[in-house]
Each structure stands twice: as C-alpha cells, then as structure tokens.
Write a protein that binds this ligand. Sequence first.
Ligand SMILES: Cc1cc2nc3c(=O)[nH]c(=O)nc-3n(C[C@H](O)[C@H](O)[C@H](O)COP(=O)(O)O)c2cc1C
Length: 342
Amino acid sequence: MRTRITELFGIEHPIVQGGMHYVGFAQMAASVSAAGGLGLITGLTQKTPELLSKEIARCRDMTDKPFGVNLTFLPTFSAPPYAEYIAAIIDGGVRIVETAGRSPEAFIPQLKAGGVKVLHKCTSVRHALKAERIGCDAISVDGFECGGHPGEDDVPNFILLPMAANVLKVPFIASGGMADARSLVAALALGAEGINMGTRFIATKEAPVHENVKRAIVNATELDTRLVMRPLRNTERVLNNAGVERLLQIERDRGADLRIEDIMDQVAGVYPAVMVEGNMDAGAWSCGMVAGLIDDVPSVKELLDRIVHGAESMIAERLARIAFNLAASDASIHDPQPELVY
Ligand SMILES: Cc1cc2nc3c(=O)[nH]c(=O)nc-3n(C[C@H](O)[C@H](O)[C@H](O)COP(=O)(O)O)c2cc1C
C-alpha cells in the first residue's frame, strides 16, 4: 500500500504504533518497524534523556528500518527536560517524533532544526488545524473510543475523521479503535492515510509486557473500559479493575472538589506494577474499547500482514464487487471477518 503517510515516513505499511507508557520500549518499536510499520519508543518511559539515548541505540541495533519517538506533554508535577529529550532524539539520528498531550509549538523550531518530521496526535479538529498551522507534518486524529487520553469533546471517529478530512491539508492517520483490515479500509474511506494502533499492539508476542496484560486485553469486552479523571479535565480511558473501581468511588465521593492528590494511589506508579509485575488490580492503565475486538496474541508481523493483505483483498474483491455490480454469489461478501476470507 502506498499513501501519503508511507511516503512521508519511508515505511512499507501505513500503520503506526502509538507511544505507550511502559510498552513502547525498543523491542516494541523495532518489531513494528521491522515488520514494515512505524514503531515508536515512548520517550518519557525513559527516566532521563541519557536513558532515552541508550534505548534509541538499542532499537537501532534491532532494526535498520525507520522508527520514531513519542514525546507526551501531559500535566505532570515537575515538567521533564523536553529540550534535552529532543536533543537526545536528534543526536540519536531519529527523524520522526510523535507529539501528544499539549501543543508542541514551543519545540517545533528545535525539532525542525534537527530535520525531524512531527506527527502530532490530537483529539479535535481545532487542535489538528492548529498543529498544521504551527508546522506539524502529519496528524494522528484520536477518536473518543481510543485508549489513553481522548480529550473532553467525546467525538468518535466516524464523525471526527471525515471532519478532519474536510479541512486538513497535511496527511492524517486514524487513531482509536483500530484493530484489523476492516479498520484500515474504513479509515482510508473516511479520508485518513493510515492507522495508529495502541491497545492492539499490546496483545502481540513481542510486546514487552507481563502475560497477564495480554490476557486481560484478550478477555476484555468492548464494555470493560472506564473513563477516569474526567472531573480534572484529564480524562483517561482505562481497563476496569479493582483499583479503577476505588478511583471512581473517590471521584463520586469528592464530586466537584476532587483534586489529583485524592487519587494518587490509583494513578501514580501503576504502569510498572501492571506492565512489569502483572498486578492487574494496581490501578488505572490505558486501554481502548477496541479490546472487545482483540481475541488473539499474534506476532507483530502476522498482525501487520493480515491487516494489510486483508485490506487489499477487501478493496479488490468485496468492495469492488459491490461497486461494480459483480456477481455476489459467495458468502464472503457478508463475512464479518474479512481477514479470514482470502
Ligand atoms: C497502555 C497504553 C499507554 C499509552 N501511553 C501513551 C503515552 O504515554 N503517550 C501517548 O501519546 N499516548 C499513549 N497511549 C495512546 C496510544 O498511543 C494510542 O493513541 C491509543 O492507544 C489509540 O487507541 P487504541 O488503543 O484504541 O488503539 C497509550 C495507550 C495505551 C493503551
């Protein structure tokens, strides 16, 4: 497949692995890039810029394909040294950065001076337009169904993506709820140039997380996520568990008086407990509604191949048959699992 995104990033498949705290280590990013997608190391999971330099070097040892780094600008108690993280990225020879959380405007001059292409992930058309205006090269449009921070507007991708297509000039990819060949074809139909996936990539053989996490995603239904931190206007979609139930009870009890300090136990230090130790009740960790569509743990290459080949055959066969009134005699035209058809 060739789209403006494959051209921009020099990759084979229009599929990006979004930055994920405590998942986006070198092994994850390298597996996705080696399989023809775009893998991203999650910058801030590395506690210092020096550690990020080492993680970039590790990733480069694992693949000679392009990979990128995610830089998340989220409310934190003490801001990380972003300029130094960016210096580590540029010195490490990485030329693709996914920004998210807040506008990357303050850092665009430094990124551009280093020859970096910026893919900004955001959850509204107005933020996407702003990102385009300040010089971002591409946008990841993140719908309400996404794992992680869906923003406060609650607009799902069936509305958000065509609205983005109506106004954006730079290429964009569809993020949130993407899992399979059908997702890719739908995203392309809605105007996107590819897809970004988070949750789906965690349930892969190579994802460097505890087996309990993969099992939890496979077992989860589309009804098992919850929105937390809404009263703080820092909404996060997470997989429900005992820690999340406690957090939601505190939110109900505190009402409009809720402060971040009230829920510290349920949000701080949760990622290492979940991802490394497999303690599934530790607290709030991001997960998309798409978990309902995930019922296996393939290798990254198997996953990407079946998405891309499934999408190609769906376009060339099922959609072509419908569009051109060709014989629709076989059952596959109604098959809900197109990657099993070809
Ligand atoms: C466990 C997990 C951790 C995440 N951490 C980050 C992060 O640190 N920075 C970021 O920009 N996005 C983060 N995300 C969001 C993903 O990059 C991606 O945008 C999102 O998962 C897309 O929705 P999906 O899960 O439905 O595919 C995270 C998502 C998950 C599931």
